[in-house]
Design a protein around this ligand. Sequence first.
Ligand code: DC
Length: 227
Amino acid sequence: MPSPPIVTIDGPSGSGKGTISRAVAVRAGWHLLDSGALYRLVALAGRKRSLNPDDTQGHAQIAGSMDVRFDVATDGGEAVILAGEEVTRQIRSEEAGQGASRVAAWPAVRSALLDRQRAFAKAPGLVADGRDMGTVVFPTADLKIFLTASPAERALRRYKQLKDKGSDVSLPALSREITERDQRDATRTVAPLKPAPDAEVIDSTGLSIDQVIDRVIALGRERALWA
Ligand code: DC
C-alpha cells in the first residue's frame, strides 16, 4: 500500500503549532497527531500510578502500554481519554507540560512511543505536530514546517491560552517555565528540538494565525499535496 502524505509541524512551546496543525488538518481533511499530548499523558499516567518521577523504565512501560483515545467532545473540541477517564484539561496545564518535557528526555520513553505515533499515518494524510516529527518520527515527510516566534510572543500566547482555559498563571513565571522547558527540549541528547535540514522555517512573530495557515497551505499546494 502506498504511504499516505505527511506534513510535519515542529517548533517550541507557544509557537502556535497546535492551532496551526489543527487548522491545516481540518482544511485538508487529514488526520492529526498531537504528539505532545502523548508525552503529557505518559507523565500524567505516571503520577496517577504514583511512580517515582525518576523511574525511566516505569514511564517507558506506560508509554508502550497506556490506553489512550483521542475523541471529539460534546462541544466539538478535543477530548483525550486515558484508560476510560477524560483528562483533556488535566494534560493542558503548564505543570503537565513540564512533566512531559522531563519524561520526553528519556530515550526509552521516546522509543516506546514511536510505533504509536507512526500508526497515525493513514489515508488520506496526516498532519503531525511536535518537536521531532520531521527529524525522527517521519523523516521522509512530504512537507516539513518548523514554526517559531520570539520568546516574548510565545510566552504571551501561552499566557492567553491558559487564561482562557481558566488557569491562574503569571506571565513572568510562565516566561521562565517556557524558557526552561525549551532549554531542556533543545539540549537533550535524543531527538532534540531543531529544524530538519529540509524544513521550511516560518517565524510567526507578528503574523496572524490565518497568515501562518495560508503560508502552510501555499507550501502544501506547491508540493501538490492538496488543491
Ligand atoms: O507540544 P507540547 O507543549 O504539548 O509538548 C509537551 C512536551 O512534550 C514538550 O515540552 C516536549 C515534549 N515533546 C517532545 O519531546 N516531542 C514531541 N514530539 C512532542 C512533545
